[in-house]
Design a binder for this molecule. Structure first.
Ligand SMILES: *Cc1c(COP(=O)(O)O)cnc(C)c1O
Length: 427
């Protein structure tokens, strides 16, 4: 889609007046005078998340052990009730969704479940641009199964260092491939892969395929009824705004209900037999059979609250604004910053990009430090990327306008030169 934008602060303010999500920003806590562009790493806290957390604490304080039985077992069944709110974000059935662990543990669970190598079908496809933990998890399972990583792992190379070509993935889907794990949106370049096409191609060849939605859930709506992947994992602290280390999530396609979970734990037991304390695992009939230990209530409650906002506004309006405001950011970068050595590293087409803009510059590191000193919170990724996420729920068009003005000031006056080139850990 092509968008019509104009330069100038007036225009940004006009876009804010027209923005139907503009007032949602008041649901979130902002630091006075600071512009937060790092919601793709850690989303902002909200009043809803806070209220749900305080509420859970209050129930614990009041009820102690009885917390598990209060409100009809709401907290005992917390994964199920949160799944009701999560499922619409990916158009899955609620009983295909569970809330547990982290992306890393959930990849372990998924691969332990779905990787059943045979003599002729044992390879796993990943891509060279994926986030390291996904690859560590896969490598460790390969070793646990007694294979050598080099014999099993097929790593799709990027042609341009930024993106992964769907064609390249498909041409590696050979007869010996058992499983594929890919990110929906690449964490550096914001490329959104064609999930439906890749899933279909994998299934045509009998290959299991799963998706890591870390950078898409809460930013890009997914239709899992259409895509029909085998499994998916995601975290809750990025676009879902559930807080640092909030409990992650997992999707198990209903066609696997009844399949034995790779990793087993007592919360995966059927409710009716969980407290029989038998040493025979009696797996729940739906995705809940993949749960492991006791729900971490205090890390789930903020997610419960934060999801109210998504359920109120719907993913369609989130995506519409996200596409529009990222396009506006790209327009400003093109018109004001390209002469200072900035380039845009993400795909331009709406159907090929996620919720952040990937800004490349040779001095990206020092510019990102200068941005912080100018009250803009960006995110830096080696070797030359500033990620800017104008999150639909709480970033305004005027914020985006100001960020580009500040970037222009930093590079025009070479403000970044006063900072050391020595990297300090920036998260
Ligand atoms: C953020 C992110 C992770 C983080 O994993 P955790 O287990 O939640 O710490 C993993 N994979 C991808 C692709 C990510 O973007």
């Amino acid at each position: 889609m092509s968008y019509e934008f104009m330069a100038g602060l007036d225009f940004a303010q006009e876009l804010d007046r027209l923005d139907e999500l503009h007032d949602i920003r008041d649901y979130f806590y902002h630091n006075e005078g600071e512009i937060y562009m790092d919601g793709n790493s850690l989303g902002l806290s909200s009043k809803d998340a806070e209220a749900a957390l305080l509420d859970a604490f209050k129930v614990w304080k009041r009820e102690a052990i009885k917390i598990w039985g209060t409100e009809n077992g709401r907290y005992f069944n917390y994964s199920k009730s949160i799944a009701e709110k999560l499922a619409p974000l990916i158009k899955a059935d609620a009983n295909e969704v569970i809330v547990m662990g982290s992306i890393t543990t959930n990849i372990h669970q998924a691969i332990a479940t779905f990787y059943s190598p045979t003599d002729t079908m044992y390879k796993i496809i990943v891509d060279e641009l994926n986030f390291p933990t996904d690859i560590y998890a896969i490598k460790s399972i390969i070793e646990l199964k007694g294979y050598k990583v080099d014999d099993v792992l097929v790593t799709i190379k990027s042609r341009d260092g930024r993106t992964i070509s769907e064609e390249d993935v498909i041409s590696e889907m050979r007869e010996d491939v058992a499983l594929i794990l890919l990110p929906s949106v690449l964490y550096r370049s914001s490329q959104l892969l064609d999930m439906e096409r890749l899933t279909k191609e994998a299934h045509n060849r009998g290959i299991i395929i799963g998706w890591d939605l870390a950078h898409s859930i809460g930013a890009v709506p997914h239709d899992f009824k259409k895509i029909d992947p085998d499994f998916a994992v995601w975290c809750s602290y990025k676009y879902l705004n559930a807080g640092p280390g909030a409990t992650a999530g997992m999707y198990i396609n209903r066609k696997y209900f009844g399949k034995s979970a790779g990793l087993k734990g007592w919360f995966g037991n059927k409710d009716e037999s969980q407290f029989a304390m038998s040493h025979e695992f009696d797996q729940d009939r739906d995705a809940n059979g993949w749960l492991l230990g006791t729900h971490n209530i205090l890390a789930m409650a903020p997610l419960d609250g934060a999801l109210n906002i998504f359920n109120e506004v719907g993913m369609k309006s989130v995506r519409n604004k996200s596409l529009h405001i990222t396009a506006y950011l790209m327009y400003l970068v093109d018109s004001k910053l390209s002469k200072y050595g900035f380039t845009i590293g993400n795909p331009r087409e709406d159907h090929r990009r996620g919720g952040h803009v990937c800004l490349e510059h040779d001095e990206a590191y020092r510019i990102s430090i200068a941005l912080r000193d100018n009250n803009v919170i960006p995110d830096y990724r080696e070797p030359n990327v500033i990620r800017l996420a104008p999150v639909a729920l709480y970033v305004s068009y005027e914020d985006v306008y100001s960020v580009v003005e500040i970037l222009e000031k930093i590079v025009k006056n070479k403000e970044y030169e006063k900072y050391s080139l020595n990297r300090v850990t920036v998260l």
